[in-house]
Design a protein around this ligand. Structure first.
Ligand code: DAH
Length: 341
């Protein structure tokens, strides 16, 4: 091997590399070229480098210098090819035509019932009521027994409730631990009182379930807002004031409120609460003074504390405020309807 041969091999290798790298169109080809020319083991430059030792002693410095030059040329060719690939992949993406009308993204919205729940929490929060939650799968103790609803009460009829079969066992609605989807949020009154000492001032909002045929005013799942205030001398005038303040805040200052005598096993006396709105009296729920038997069932002393409770229909409130006439519209998942809120 003489120096001229050595140099001409390097020359042709570098031009080969430059040519090949200038025409690569994807990263696989680029990598293949890099391995072919610069591969640390069997790369073509390496092969020539191995013959450096065969040059005459006085030619070796020149040979080394030429080797480095060739290496430099190949390295730049690789860098250029890499840069060219990067720019071409950036510009080959989808092209934007700014003159075309855009595609509007579909933004979701908070469901009107969720919006109502947030609004009710805010109003009641200002009146000093803390928000608590309770489970939707309940036992008969919390849904009925502790609320003074006796075994023969029609509200406990299996046809009027969603009792649940647990581990394949026969449902026994008279047992205290039979499971059901709660039919009312009054269950939460019991759960809170079982775990806290008075004073208690809470609301609880959530789903309840009853096997009703769906029509304009009924749905097998709906929401209630339960309220409970227990303290040393809570009275019925406070109940009416709280409900009046709530109603005027939510529906407007022209709203009037009226109590009609009623019956609930867990309150004595009991009332239906109606609000006058646009010249019609609308029933929004039940209320009353918590029955001493309920206070005793949770271990409170009915001689020392008293309280009121109420349970209002969230859908009714929402529908009244937004003039929705059919409860089913809330649950049809028709975006055209839901987007109005
Ligand atoms: N739980 C009753 C229902 O679902 C509503 C109700 C009435 C709740 C009176 C109360 C109450 O807290 O005091 O029909």
């Amino acid at each position: 091997m003489n120096i001229d041969e050595f140099i001409s091999q390097l020359e042709s290798l570098a031009s080969d590399a430059e040519q090949q790298l200038a025409s690569v169109t994807d990263s696989d080809a680029l990598e293949a070229a890099r391995v072919e020319f610069m591969g640390a083991r069997n790369g073509r430059l390496k092969d020539i480098q191995k013959t450096l030792g065969q040059l005459a002693k006085e030619d070796k410095p020149q040979g080394g210098k030429k080797l480095n030059e060739a290496k430099q040329r190949i390295t730049s060719a690789i860098e250029n090819a890499t840069a060219a690939l990067e720019t071409s992949s950036a510009s080959s993406g989808p092209q934007v035509d700014p003159t075309l009308p855009g595609i509007r993204p579909h933004l979701g919205r908070v469901h009107p019932i969720t919006q109502t729940i947030e609004h009710l929490k805010e109003i009641m929060g200002k009146l000093g009521f803390a928000v608590v939650e309770g489970p939707e799968v309940e036992d008969t103790w919390h849904n009925f027994v502790a609320l003074n609803i006796p075994e023969d009460h029609p509200a406990r009829d299996p046809l009027d409730n969603f009792y649940l079969t647990v581990a394949g066992q026969q449902v026994d609605p008279s047992a205290h631990n039979a499971r059901l989807l709660r039919s009312q949020t009054s269950t939460v009154q019991i759960r809170v009182m079982e775990n806290t000492q008075p004073p208690v001032r809470i609301i609880s909002l959530g789903r309840v379930y009853r096997p009703d045929e769906a029509d304009a005013t009924h749905f097998p799942m709906f929401h209630q807002m339960e309220g409970l205030w227990i303290d040393e001398a809570v009275n019925m005038a406070q109940l009416k004031s709280v409900l009046r303040m709530f109603a005027t805040n939510y529906l407007g200052s022209n709203v009037k409120i009226r109590f009609r005598p009623s019956f609930f096993p867990f309150t004595e006396p009991s009332v239906e609460a109606d609000f006058l709105w646009n010249d019609t009296w609308v029933e929004f729920g039940g209320a009353g003074m918590v029955d001493p038997k309920v206070l005793a069932a949770v271990g409170y002393d009915p001689e020392k504390v008293s309280g009121f409770a109420f349970g209002l229909g969230v859908e009714r409130l929402c529908m009244r405020r937004h003039e929705v006439s059919d409860i089913r519209d809330l649950y049809r998942n028709d975006a055209r309807f839901l987007h109005q809120f």
